[in-house]
Each structure stands twice: as C-alpha cells, then as structure tokens.
Design a protein around this ligand. Structure first.
Ligand code: NAD
Length: 367
C-alpha cells in the first residue's frame, strides 16, 4: 500500500503574499538570514502584517547548525508568537521547521507555521524534512517527521528575482535531483511520478533561461513551482544516493547543497542504471522531457538524459564533476572515511533503487 499525504496549503503567484493579511493583529516571528533581514523582500512581507507585532530572528547561516535551532527554540519560549514564518532559502525554512516542531513538542502553541521560499530549490516548503548540521561532529542529517510540514506555503516568484546566477544554478539542479531521485526511488508511485515528471520538464525548459536572465519572471515562476512540485514528489517517494552523499559534502566541506547534488547526480544515475527498473525509469523520464525520441531504446534514452544534464550544467556554469572543484583532493581524502560512514546511515539512502555498499560511495566520491 502507498499513501499520499501533503498537509501544506499552497498559494502560488505574485499576489500570494496577500494571504498574510489574515494574520494582521497577531504576533508574528520571522526566521530568516541577515541578508534577507536587510532586503526589500522583508519590507514586502511585513507590509502585509502589523509592523509593531513582527519580530525577526535573523541568525540563520547556510547548513543551519543545531545550536541555532536550540537558540531559536529558547526565543520561541520567551516570545510565544501566534504565527511563525520561515522566510528564505532551504536553510532558513529548515531551521524554522525544526524550531516550530520541537517548540510545539515542548507545549508552545503556534497557531500557524508559514514557509515562504526565496530560492527555487529545496521544496522544503512542502516537505516533511528539516536538514540540520552538527558542526562538532561534522555531520548534516535530515530529520523526517509528519509534524514537520509547514501549514502554509506561499510561492511568490518575485522574491526569487534577486537570487544570484550561481545560486539559481545550484538550487535549480537541486530541483532536478529531487525529481530524478524521487522518480526512480523504491517509494515512487504514480502520484509522486506525476509530480516528478512535471518538475523535471519545467527544469529542463526554464532553468537555463532563469540563469541567463534573472529578471525573467515567467522563468522564475515556473522554476519556483518546479521546486515545490519536486518537494511534493520526494516527500512522498523519498530520495537516494545523491542526497545521502551530498549531505556529507555540506556537513564536512560546506559545499552548497544544490551544487553537491549537481556534481554527483550523473555518476549516481550511471550507478543506479545497472538496476533494470531504474534504467527503464530514467529512459522514460528522458523521453517525457523530450530529451530523446519517443521510439528510442532505453539505453539511448538514458544516454540522452546524461548528455542533457551535462550540457545544462555547462550552460549554467556548473563544473562537470567533483574533481573540477577547487576543494583540494587532500581535503576530500581526509574527510572521505567519515563521509562514507555518514552517507551509509543517511535516511535518504533507504529508498535508493540499488543497494549501496561503502565501496560504491567511495567510487562516486572519487569519480
Ligand atoms: P540557502 O538557504 O543556504 O541560501 C543560499 C544563499 O542564497 C544564502 O546566502 C541566502 O542569503 C541567499 N538567498 C536566499 N534567497 C535569496 C534571494 N531572494 N535573493 C538573493 N539571495 C538569496 O540555500 P538553499 O539551496 O535554498 O537551501 C539549502 C539548504 O536546504 C541545505 O541545508 C539543504 O540541505 C537543505 N535542503 C532541505 C530540504 C528539505 O526538504 N528540508 C531539501 C533539500 C535541501
């Protein structure tokens, strides 16, 4: 039996922030990073609320550490807001999700938790995951729980127009990785497939344009929707080996999450395509995204998928593989044993289409 359940109410479009009007008269606590706290975007957001009842927590850093979550929970206990808004990229939304989840567990009444993404990548606005780092241990782990979903997601593409080209490219590749991993996952269903197919089609179509011309609102809007569609897909179907390893590159070496996925994705597709079912699904996705002719055989369609990912990465300025990054092979060599061990225990590995051994992860890291 497969279950499909997304409790988050989603409002999309350039007028979606209007939904905030219903929270006038309430105490609202906004979790964001220092950049967004000073941006025009925060002014747009607070214009829909009672300014004197809004307070900000703007200490979020990329790969949010557990210490920030703990500090946020203490503040939640002191402020006791009725509404919490996670505002920003996946880092801010994930941190807010963990604060609200544990805050509610501690008995704090938070009437409504709203996620407002400002990058088009993680799908955290509709997922049951919160990815938190523990810098002391050098690990980054996803917490999954049905109580983690935001109550409401507001998808305003206008908020993403200011995202720099490199972040647009990295986060866009995160969307594609979510769609592809959810599609071949052992947890996939017709329901999650429909979402993953649409998300992948939108990325192949609109990511290069969103990178070329950041103020192209139609491309931004389709990428913003793609991120949430892919988030819906993976929160139902699960992910796979790309994410299990990418989390370690974030936790140990602070490689941006979307970039880590982008650098690993094609090697993982090659590894997983030795599984017959996965190979057929990659080929089907390739045809559905019009990357290969409908009549092409599975092997040719799979090759086209790999070719198109490589070509899109070139077009949007992403290095072809890990070895092209300036991380330093010595740094990777030193971190490798801990990364391999943590990847094997990462929750996202459970739905990978092929069983994975430590030597398989080593081979992907070394590729
Ligand atoms: P991010 O949140 O770390 O943001 C990246 C950078 O973009 C930051 O410097 C931020 O200030 C900037 N930024 C954000 N919005 C901007 C805007 N509108 N204009 C200009 N700059 C802007 O990056 P991300 O890729 O969105 O999130 C990555 C995090 O999300 C990772 O920790 C990853 O593990 C996690 N993640 C979570 C899930 C989930 O389901 N919970 C899924 C995938 C990834």
């Amino acid at each position: 039996m497969k279950r499909f359940w997304i409790p988050t109410r989603v409002y999309s479009g350039t007028d979606s922030l209007d939904q905030l009007e219903r929270y006038r008269g309430k105490d609202v606590w906004v979790v964001c990073d220092a950049f967004l706290a000073r941006s025009d975007a925060i002014t747009r957001l607070t214009a829909h609320l009672d300014a004197d009842r809004v307070s900000l927590f703007s200490d979020i850093m990329p790969d949010p550490p557990i210490t920030t979550v703990v500090a946020g929970i203490s503040l939640l206990q002191a402020i006791k807001p009725q509404v919490v808004i996670g505002f920003g990229g996946g880092s801010a939304i994930d941190a807010a999700k963990a604060m609200v989840f544990f805050g509610r567990k501690l008995g704090i009444t938070i009437e409504t938790f709203i996620a407002i993404p400002t990058t088009s990548g993680t799908g955290s606005d509709v997922s049951s995951a919160s990815v938190i780092s523990d810098p002391a241990l050098g690990v980054k782990y996803p917490l999954f729980d049905e109580g983690i979903y935001p109550d409401i997601a507001l998808l305003d593409p206008q908020l993403t127009v200011s995202v720099p080209q490199s972040v647009t490219a990295n986060t866009g590749m995160d969307v594609l990785t979510h769609a592809i991993e959810a599609y071949v996952s052992t947890g996939a269903s017709d329901f999650s497939d429909a979402l993953a197919e649409k998300a992948a089609q939108l990325v192949f179509h609109f990511l290069p344009a969103a990178c070329r011309k950041g103020d192209c609102l139609p491309s931004r809007e389709r990428m913003h929707n793609a991120a949430t569609l892919a988030g819906m897909a993976f929160s139902q179907a699960g992910l796979g080996m790309t994410h299990a390893i990418a989390h370690q590159f974030g936790g140990q070496l602070h490689v941006a999450h979307g970039l880590a996925n982008a650098l690993l994705l094609t090697e993982v597709i090659r590894f997983n395509s030795r599984d017959n079912r996965a190979a057929k699904k990659y080929a089907r996705l390739s045809r559905l995204c019009a990357l290969a002719p409908w009549q092409s055989d599975d092997r040719a369609a799979l090759q086209q998928l790999l070719n198109h990912i490589a070509q899109m990465k070139r077009e949007i300025g992403i290095a072809p593989s890990l070895s092209a990054l300036s991380l330093g092979s010595e740094k990777i060599r030193l971190a490798r044993p801990a990364m391999v061990s943590a990847a094997l225990h990462d929750a996202t590995l459970a739905t990978n289409p092929r069983p994975v051994a430590d030597r398989d992860i080593e081979a992907i890291i070394d590729a």
